[in-house]
Design a protein around this ligand. Sequence first.
Ligand code: NOJ
Length: 768
Amino acid sequence: MHAIAGFISLLGGLSLAVAAPTQDNITDDSHFFGQSPPVYPSPEGTGSGAWASAYEKARQFVTQLTDEEKVNLTAGYNADNGCSGNIPAVPRLNFPGICVSDAANGLRGTDFVNAWSSGIHDGACWNKTLTYQRGLHMGGEFHRKGVNLLLGPVVGPIGRVAEGGRNWEGFSTDPYHSGVLVYENVRGIQAAGVGTSTKHYIANEQETNRNPESVDGLDIASASSNIDDKTMHELYLWPFQDAVRAGSVSIMCSYQRINNSYGCQNSKTLNGLLKTELGFQGYVVTDWYAQHGGINSANAGLDMVMPHTEWWNSNLTDAIANGTMEASRLDDMVTRIVATWYQLNQDTDFPSPGVGMPADVYAPHDAVMGKSADSKEVLLQSAIEGHVLVKNTNDVLPLRSPKLVSVFGYDAVSPDISLKKFQGFSQTIGIQKNHTLWVGGGSGANDPAYISAPLDALQLQAYEDGTSLLWNIYDVDPAVDSTTDACLVFVNSYATEGYDRVGLADDESDALVTNVANKCNNTVVIIHNAGIRLVNNWIDHENVTAVMFAHLPGQDSGRAVVELLYGRSNPSGKLPYTVAKKNEDYGSLLRPTQPESPYGLFPQSDFTEGVYIDYRAFDQQGIEPQFEFGFGLSYTTFDYSSLSIDQINNGDTSSYPPSAPIVEGGNPHLWDDLVEVSAEVKNSGSVDGAEVAQLYLGIPNGPVRQLRGFDKVNIPKGESGKVEFKLNRRDLSTWDVTAQQWLLQSGTYQVYVGRSSRDLPLQGEFTI
Ligand code: NOJ
């Protein structure tokens, strides 16, 4: 089917019965037959709700601009500073310009900033308050450096493809979980007066063919993520909806195509879903060089191009003069951009754009402090809580006053980071072989103020408590001292923007683990993993007594893991993805879609699995995972009891949401709470701990179970705590394609509460 479409297009559109081209594709893809229905004109920002005053000021500002100034505000220019992108100043109106910079885990490419934990790590914490705090403190750093817009957080990719190169930048493979956390994160960052550009909109699920390429003289378009409307709403759009609701002032459109129309000129996703259905008030900015058409992209809903544009410039005013574009569209683009500046109060006391951030960090410049001493606690706590303990035979952990600890593995030591802009854009063997992994590669690779590598932190621990240490970092088959109490093996699993991963495990690290385990009967494996890491080659080895997925903790990595290993902190992280027993269990979602040959000019990636990715797919197909979504151990145990389910807001059970004017995030009634669930959790072990209680719902006509609530509670040993979940209208609804609405389903809803997606001791139901 797709090959035929590509073939026809090569022949210049012979008269076969195919759909007419949509307007989205005409400018640059005129030979391609798209499937995204056109949605025009582009809705103007209304300035409703919390945006009213910012819009009023922005509209007033825009009336004072010349056409040239308006055009200049819609595209980046080279300001020769360290910002990822810049919008020029309008000095006569005291507008200093805008600096936008990466990324969602810390400010990239500069000094005096912290390297925070990455999205996957934050996701593994399952801690809403911490996600907010992490955002607030990180946002403060961007603010002090004069960065108006943080290019993050990431909810796309969501992790459809297990080997996806950028899954680690986002929180989780679950839309609800991603949605809850992106909401907190956006609010946290923006509370620091810095905007967020939630990215990459939308369905940017693989790095392979993310951009057009020229191969042997043939122009190959980027991959097209082909998605049906229901899947779009229930999976991919869901977390973006939460980001918009949180007030994310910008959305970054993605590189790849969606239903055959480029992400930054797709009128269905931009004008339709984002600006009409979700009532988005901010501006859409391209991913870097993701613009593929001129006026058409503006008409499709794009507001700003980065890092510069070849297509717009004076063509915008020419297009207005010749009637191809409405003047009101340009005014709307500029109003949306300037309104965000007012919305975040950046018109008062905001540092100059990119202050203390030269393009070359070794060029003379002022030392401008981004980081702040009061972030220390949050930085460390967010590093600690993203560790997930998955095996702990006979409670070998925490270590109890060990006499001798042996440390192995290339991942235990710190790298040379004298060169800022650590990026590591390369993916050949699947690991970062010479140092510990605190972050993945690409534009999300952050710059630490220091690194606490595992071995560094263990040395400090040894100094404090008299533990003796031995270490052998680079041997794959090291000798083991027979008196050692524990062998700690540090390995990693790398991923980077630009490439999908070469595998979910690597031979060298697996050999190291097995070799150590063959000689050491208390082998503890710690994996810094930028995504799913399979462990089947050694997980059942009797000497592998404990395993921890350490994810990407940021610069406090070693300190955090030692807190956990020595029991000063109790593990409380849970997996935000499914670890399979073998590659094949991910089925067609293991690897990215490759371009077909010989008709690979328009690579097609059909999302035929619908919402059945990750645990939904494992549940649907009855595949037993190695470690299920939501799983994670603690040094204590938790018992669940007293499930209670109450239907609240009686009377509001009509399948349609009451109609109401659209606000940011869509119909406000989607957030009406309809059901309240609570349960009691008892800490039945011998140490204090925190539990992430999870609620899964079996919605009539939906997947077996879907996450629809989680609550992290600290519970002292021997005590009990109450966990509470509120289920709103969207949580209980499914997207109805015919009605173009979220509809409640009539029937019986199954409620499950417990420790993970498969360990659910409490079960109940309610009927609508
Ligand atoms: C490309 C990446 O896809 C995006 O995430 C990033 O923000 C921009 N480059 C700017 O560096």
